[in-house]
Design a protein around this ligand. Structure first.
Ligand SMILES: Cc1ncc(COP(=O)(O)O)c(C=O)c1O
Length: 429
């Protein structure tokens, strides 16, 4: 029997990427702690997703909770126009301390997608200020940058969540995605498609925008650092700003604090989100070079025309600050190293399964690419029955567990994937 709350949910509440008439099953979670989610019936399941890359230190982290509690009695929110507060100052100082010197002008925004909008506005306004008509963005196939309009316009136009909307969006340029993977040798031909588009359109390109190393929802592919290195070189050569979207990869997930560090480059505009607050609240940050900020700011009477109501929210800033303090203590490096090692040991042998096409593991990310799409409704139920929370999409079953996960819990996650792969009924052939 479905309880009243679930019935209400079914009738009235939209869920991400879902239907109001034929929604996917939904689970009521009453409590979350560490790596555990507690279902309404009292059963605990192990979280393999970190709430979409965000709860890196686990749920209900005592230090993050204290940071929130300490701040809430001072002020949970105050407008940012004409006002500054200590949580924002402390957070921005912290961000500057963990970023390359060149990145020093910070805009605090609401969510990952909004940060992409702002980064793209910054690039457009930069060229407008220089009196140049550069309005097009260059990116690569298989990318994903969020669900708002400009963000959707740089998501893969076919192979993404947003192909339906592409006819309504501004037209941007898409190079072939690189074939050289992170683990394999670099094929120098991989840069050709990007290079051709850049050379043929450089007079109209406002910026290049990329996810660094890991392409997330667009296919969970890990590309070769040399690709990013060469792109940065070309951007420098042609004086085109490079926007790096670290919303999913930032804060240690790939084994480096930021994934662009695998390629030893420095972005011109950087977007952070998701794990910025340790997954407790929504907050994003766009960080630019002084040069970009000055060009925009010196073109009077224009200013950067963006200012969300909840900009620099003190609660979010306070908890983000504590999140970065935890990361600065460095335990995450050992945690990610151990997670990667265990994921490799336990998942790589699956490559021999006839339903498996590829297995990719990098830092705290594991991807099992199947030959067939999963039946999300069935596989979700299957995973919950096996005591884990894993939410695959299309042909991809993936894990991004909290960094604090213990070996036993991680084995429960990988074992559940193994059982799922052996259950042919969970796939749509
Ligand atoms: C790489 C990347 N960029 C942007 C976004 C959008 O962030 P948000 O969901 O906070 O709007 C996401 C979300 O999954 C992402 O993975």
């Amino acid at each position: 029997m479905m309880n009243q709350d679930l019935k209400f949910n079914l009738k009235h509440i939209w869920h991400p990427y879902d239907s109001m008439t034929k929604p996917l099953p939904c689970y009521m979670i009453s409590y979350a702690h560490g790596v555990h989610l507690k279902l309404k019936n009292g059963i605990k399941i192990i979280d393999g997703m970190s709430s979409w890359w965000s709860t890196i230190h686990g749920y209900n982290h005592p230090r993050l909770n204290i940071a929130l509690k300490n701040q809430i009695d001072k002020m949970s929110h105050i407008m940012f126009g004409g006002i500054i507060h200590s949580p924002a100052i402390k957070l921005c100082k912290k961000l500057i301390s963990i970023l390359p010197k060149k990145l020093e002008c910070i805009f605090l925004a609401d969510s990952g997608s909004v940060s992409i909008e702002i980064a793209m506005k910054i690039a457009l306004q930069y060229w407008y200020s220089l009196n140049k008509n550069k309005k097009v963005f260059l990116t690569i196939r298989n990318g994903y940058h969020g669900d708002t309009f400009s963000a959707m316009s740089v998501c893969d136009p076919k192979n993404s969540l947003h192909n339906l909307y592409h006819k309504f969006l501004p037209k941007n340029l898409f190079a072939h995605a690189p074939k050289s993977s992170f683990m394999n040798t670099w094929n120098h031909n991989d840069i050709n498609s990007f290079l051709n588009l850049l050379i043929n359109n450089k007079s109209i390109i406002a910026a290049v925008i990329l996810e660094p190393i890991v392409q997330g929802i667009g296919g969970m592919k890990f590309y070769h650092p040399e690709y990013l290195k060469q792109i940065k070189f070309l951007c420098n050569e042609h004086k085109i700003p490079l926007i790096i979207d670290e919303i999913a990869t930032g804060f240690g997930r790939t084994g480096k604090m930021f994934a662009y560090q695998h390629a030893n480059i420095i972005p011109d505009i950087l977007c952070l989100g998701k794990a910025l607050t340790g997954g407790t609240m929504t907050l994003s940050a766009i960080i630019t070079t002084r040069k970009i900020a000055n060009v925009i700011s010196n073109n009077e009477p224009y200013k950067l025309m963006h200012g969300p109501t909840f900009m620099g929210n003190p609660l979010a800033c306070a908890v983000a600050c504590e999140n970065i303090s935890i990361l600065q203590e460095g335990t995450w490096k050992i945690q990610i190293f151990n997670i990667e090692k265990q994921l490799k040991q336990e998942l790589l042998p699956l490559i021999n399964n006839s339903y498996v096409l590829d297995i990719r593991i990098l830092g705290g990310i594991a991807v099992v690419e199947c030959k067939y799409s999963v039946n999300l409704k069935l596989i979700q139920k299957f995973f919950v029955r096996h005591g884990v929370w894993i939410r695959p999409f299309q042909k991809l079953i993936y894990l991004t567990p909290p960094y604090i996960i213990d070996t036993f819990s991680l084995t429960k996650l990988t074992r559940a994937i193994k059982y799922a792969i052996h259950n042919k009924l969970l796939f749509i052939k």
